[in-house]
Ligand binder design. Structure first.
Ligand code: NAD
Length: 395
């Protein structure tokens, strides 16, 4: 079939297998050009198929020669429907990693369930023995609690008061004012249940109990803080509450791992980037398009792969990992630089639909968004027939 992007709102409902493979190949090439330093050797990535999790897997394998197991929830191709991007990304990753003699195994299923945790443990025992790094990079709108069966839905809303600000429809370029109603107490509770630290905690306890965490193993989960402009919708909203919970969980897990295996649990605060998850948040895409403009002009722009290489090489595997006052790793340091934030702030006040193309990097946003699904990659013939059925070994 000939595959062209099918966009609905902030979602692209199809993906291009060769484009996704090229997107993965680009990240592999970047990583291979970086200096070879200390890093992980046997890695479990939970949420390994797209965004920061995929970059974590690629960096570990091609930057540090790590064997990896990836867990994710993706859709295979069916009749006239393509597979999801994460499916194609993983197929390309597995092929490239195995060509270099690395173990690259994947589990496609619901990471929140006890079954997938046990399946993963069995696979670690079979293929790796133990892991020395566990990356937790899930982003999901829903979770069913494995013990109680309760189903939770996460929402992206402010807390207590409604929040009004500018937002952009990044496909059409329309700038408008949006008002987001505050969450109810129950919505806050459910969002924390989905995106907070409970499931990470369950994973680490299960892995520890099964004896598959190596002596000194580390685990990292990803968080975000961002600027004042997005505080009401992000850091001080429902999603921020779940990040508070995740960060609290890191402290508890850190004590546990230190005590049991001399290990470490830590949260890394990452930069705002275009991923399937961040595109769904109101106001944030407009902020990201201004941020990209400023960071690109200053020559300090990074994508997920650059961020994660820096996380491993400059933070996690340094003799001493630098942490902020709350015990977190910060690789959002360039985003949060005072000069960057001041310039973004000044732009924010001036931005309108008419001047967005000039003052912001909406085109860069759009390109990044399409690339997530394998569209707009150089060297890929988008007019050519392509087979959407790409196998994954274990899924
Ligand atoms: P993403 O949507 O690109 O990736 C999410 C991953 O989770 C995918 O691999 C998906 O398959 C997997 N997943 C979702 N539900 C699952 C389930 N039930 N079972 C198994 N796998 C499942 O998201 P992302 O933006 O890379 O986000 C990853 C983490 O990074 C999140 O914690 C997010 O808050 C954080 N973060 C994101 C940004 C950003 O700007 N995108 C910035 C800082 C931190």
């Amino acid at each position: 079939m000939v595959i062209q992007p099918k966009i609905r709102g902030f979602i692209c409902t199809n993906a291009h297998p060769e484009g996704c493979a090229e997107h993965v190949a680009e990240q592999i090439r970047y990583i291979k050009e970086q200096p070879k330093l200390n890093g992980p050797k046997k890695v479990l990535v939970i949420g390994a198929s797209t965004g920061f999790g995929l970059a974590s897997r690629i960096s570990a394998a091609f930057g540090f020669g790590a064997d990896t197991i990836g867990v994710f929830f993706e859709r295979p191709a069916e009749k006239d429907r393509t597979a999801s991007a994460g499916w194609y990304n993983t197929a390309a990753f597995e092929k490239a990693a195995r060509a270099e003699g690395l173990v690259a195994e994947s589990i496609n299923g619901n990471a929140f369930s006890d079954e997938i945790k046990q399946e993963t443990i069995a696979l670690i025992k079979e293929k790796l023995g133990q892991v020395d790094l566990v990356i937790y990079s899930l982003a999901s709108p829903r979770r069913t609690h494995p013990k109680t069966g309760e189903s939770f839905t996460s929402v992206i809303k402010p807390i207590q008061a409604p929040y009004t600000n500018k937002t952009v429809n990044f496909m059409s370029g329309a700038v408008s004012e949006v008002t987001v109603a505050p969450a109810t107490e129950d919505e806050v509770r459910q969002t924390i249940a989905v995106m907070g630290g409970e499931d990470w905690d369950f994973w680490i306890h299960d892995l520890l109990a099964a004896g598959v965490l190596a002596q000194g193993a580390k685990t990292v989960a990803y968080s975000y803080i961002g600027p004042q402009i997005t505080y009401p919708i992000y850091r001080e909203g429902t999603i921020g509450r779940s990040k508070d919970h995740l960060e609290q969980t890191a402290h508890e897990l850190n004590r546990l791992l230190q005590d049991k295996i001399g290990g470490q649990a830590v949260v890394s605060v990452n930069k705002a980037l275009v991923t399937q998850s961040s595109s769904a948040i109101p106001i944030v895409p407009l902020y990201i398009s201004l941020l990209f403009k400023v960071m690109k002009e200053k020559g300090i722009h990074e994508g997920t792969i650059e961020q994660i290489y820096r996380l491993y090489a400059d933070r996690l595997y340094k003799e001493e990992t630098p942490l902020d006052e709350a015990g977190r790793i910060r690789i959002d340091d360039w985003e949060m630089r005072e000069d960057v934030q001041q310039e973004v702030d000044a732009l924010w006040n001036r931005i309108t639909e008419e001047n967005l193309a000039e003052l912001g990097d909406l085109e860069g946003y759009r390109q990044d968004f399409l690339r997530l699904f394998g569209f707009g990659l150089p060297g890929v013939d988008y007019e050519a027939e392509v087979d959407p059925n790409v196998p994954l070994t274990r899924a």
